[in-house]
Design a protein. Sequence first.
Length: 114
Amino acid sequence: MQGRPHDGLPEIERVQADSLRGELYAIVYYALGRKKESDAALKELIAKYHASEAYGIASVYAFRNQSDEAFEWLDRAYAQRDGGLIETKVDPLLKSLYSDPRYAAFLKKLNLPI
């Protein structure tokens, strides 16, 4: 988030949770312009954690400016009652969604102020 993705890459290995590590790899590789590696990390994240980490997957798609996919996964997170949804209003990874009318509608669905 500070614009220094190279600094983040070595730190990812220190992350204990496999799902979070996968999410971070997808984000950092994308920020470094390594799209193939980002795609592979995201594909693995979806394959392993689609039933439990929908919010994290949505945040990766939002960071990659893929709003349709991000909203699809936010809806899945809502259906799964994903605990990550508590961050929806303040998560900087979702910044690309703020101007989309679907974002305000989603906040309303969560009973969060717009």
